[in-house]
Structures are given as C-alpha cells and as structure tokens.
Design a protein around this ligand. Structure first.
Ligand code: SAM
Length: 344
C-alpha cells in the first residue's frame, strides 16, 4: 500500500490515467474493455480511438473515434472486471461472490483461507472484504492458475494486496503445514472435491468460524453435506443457490429479459463447533402415515420402490388432518363456483 489511501482506491477514483482499464460502451450497448496507454490507439473496423482523448478526463465522458462513432467511457466495476479479465479456470460469477462474502460473513481484519484460486475472481471480492488489515491465504494446485490469478488481482488493485498470499499445494494438506490450529476465521472453498479438506478445515477453523463451499452440481452438494454431518464438529449445513433475472426496461415494455444464466453453483455453509462438542440433533417432523407401496409405485411410474420411496426422495409427508382441511377448503370452492353458475 502506498500512502494512507486504502488499497485499490487510486485505481477507482479521480481522472483517468494511463495504465487503467476503461470500459467503452457503443450505441448498441456493446462493451469493450481497453487498458489506457500514452499515445495508444484502439482499432476496430469502425475506426480508431486515440487513448489520449481519454487520459486526464473524468469518467463518464462520451468520446468520438476517427469515424464519428461515439463511446461512453467508464471504469469497469468489479462485476465488469471479473467477467472481462483473463481466465484460466471458470470464475465465480459476481452474484455468487456477493453471496459468499455475505454468507461467510467476511469482515475487515478477518483471516480467511481460500481454495482453489482459479482465475482470482473470488479472491478479489474476499480481499476487498477483509480490507488492508485482513489476510487471505489462498491455496491452489496449479502454478499456472496461480500466475493468472496473481496478475488479475494485482491489475485490479493496481498493486499487490498487502494481506494476500498464494501458496501452491493441495488444500487438503498445505493449510495444516501453514495455518495455526484454530487460527482461521473463515474458510471459502471453490474446488471439485471440498470434502477432502474436511480434516484440514476442522483443524484450522476457529470455533464459530464459517466454512462456505461453492459447488457446481447436486452430487457434490449432497456428498459434502453428508460428510460434514457425519464428521461432527460442525453445525447442520445449509444450502442455497441464487438465480438472478435481469429486466428489460423500455417505455411500457417492462419485462424480464428473455435470457438468463440459469445455473452457476450452490453454496453450502456450516460453522465450526467448539472442540469436543457434538452438533445438536435437529428434531425432524414425525411421519404421520406411511404410504402404501403401490401408491408410490403408481406415482413414480416404476416398480423400483427401493429408489422411489419417500425416505429416499425426502418428500414432505402431509398429515391426514391437513389433507382433510385442504379437501374441505376445495369443496367450499366447488360450492361457491356452483352458486355462480347457478345464479347466471
Ligand atoms: C473453479 S476454479 C476456482 C475459481 C475461482 N474461485 C475464481 O473465482 O476465479 C477451481 C480451482 O480449484 C483448484 N483446485 C482443485 N483441487 C484443489 C485442491 N485440492 N487444492 C487446491 N486447489 C485445488 C483448481 O486447480 C482450480 O484452479
């Protein structure tokens, strides 16, 4: 960090400078990101834009290129940056990074463990959240991914983050050599087999500390949840996903956009219990009645009642009382409908 300004602040405020990235938006809303340089030029089939027209100007100006095409000029926000930066591995989408920071309760000054690093998209959000006084220890198997992430993170902040260290190695082992037992406040994993890190996380995470894992498939989600439950030492895991639907705004034509990113990943979170404590066994709703086998077979369209039973499917059992109440309600609707028809 230079001077007293918080890390990254100089990259995001003041007049545009050489070395900074800017996002150019054209008349169709298409976005291109360029890095400004003294005397630099941006060539497209629609003409040339001289970087010097932008340098020393405020954000938000609209400039014309050599052919008279106009571009709106803004610094990319973090959301824009991670989607346009060079990628090795798939990045965590901004909607998920935001959730991770919130669900994992990442706070300024926290000591956070992350794995894997991939392209560094999530690392940037974590580093922002821990601030200049916090630390992020990131573990990554592949040296070349670590290199991409290092460059992406440094380019975003404009300098190395004082609290960030990447280590090459397996997140299931390396943290045990590096971290103090119970010395980590938060753990965030984005990797294929997070359950392999169970012992390491249990050792390094402080009592009360939050562990959030980001996984792409339900099979990973299920395996991780079951292994955490069986291992003890953690609270009952919770899972959710975030679906973001953007909207089209044009006069009276206000509606959801036709396309959306339908699936990115699931978040699973849990907290470390104090040593030698067993998790509370949550009281489950008692089953009121068992369905007849032929009913479940008819419903599932199969004879394989080992797979298609309610226990395996974890479907909610509706009590007799509730069903009778619903039936009575629907009868009332039938009667009301009959009256309307009769009156007409
Ligand atoms: C999907 S990428 C992470 C993307 C990253 N969160 C981002 O937002 O850019 C998964 C990464 O986990 C790394 N990885 C997989 N298994 C690992 C392990 N056991 N220890 C450390 N890193 C691992 C992979 O090499 C890969 O870079």
């Amino acid at each position: 960090m230079t001077g007293a300004s918080p890390i990254g602040q100089r990259m995001r405020t003041g007049l545009l400078k050489a070395g900074q990235r800017v996002q150019l938006t054209d008349y169709k809303g298409r976005k291109s990101t360029i890095t400004l340089s003294d005397g630099g030029e941006w060539h497209t089939h629609r003409g040339v834009l001289h970087h010097d027209k932008l340098i020393s100007q405020p954000e938000g100006i609209v400039v014309e290129n050599s052919a008279g095409f106009r571009y709106q000029v803004l610094r990319p926000l973090l959301n824009d940056y991670v989607l346009s930066m060079p990628r090795g591995a798939t990045v965590v989408y901004p909607k998920d990074s935001a959730q991770i920071v919130q669900v994992a309760d990442i706070f300024p000054g926290a000591h956070v463990l992350e794995a894997g690093v991939g392209s560094g998209a999530l690392s940037i959000s974590l580093l922002r959240a821990v601030g200049d006084s916090g630390t992020l220890n990131s573990y990554e198997l592949r040296e070349e991914f670590a290199d991409i992430a290092r460059s992406n993170v440094e380019a975003f902040f404009g300098e190395p983050h004082p609290g960030w260290t990447i280590r090459i190695g397996d997140a299931a082992q390396r943290p045990l050599e590096i971290e103090e037992p119970g010395g980590v406040d938060r753990v965030v994993l984005d990797m294929l087999t997070p359950w392999n890190c169970l012992d390491a996380v249990r050792t390094v995470l402080a009592p009360g500390g939050v562990w959030v894992s980001y996984v792409a498939t339900v099979t990973q989600l299920s395996r991780l949840a079951e292994e955490i439950k069986q291992s003890g030492g953690f609270t009952e895991p919770e899972a959710h996903e975030t679906m973001l639907r953007t909207w089209h705004l044009d006069g009276l034509a206000v509606r959801p956009d036709h396309r959306m990113v339908a699936h990115t990943g699931f978040l699973l979170s849990t907290r470390r219990l104090a040593d030698d404590q067993l998790p509370l066994e949550l009281k489950k709703r008692e089953k009121v009645s068992e369905p007849a086998t032929e009913d479940t077979q008819a419903w599932a369209g199969t004879n394989d009642d080992e797979i298609w039973d309610q226990e395996t499917l974890k479907t909610r059992v509706v009590s007799r009382k509730k069903a009778r109440k619903a039936a009575a309600n629907s009868l009332k609707h039938v009667e009301a409908a009959k009256e309307i028809v009769h009156d007409e």
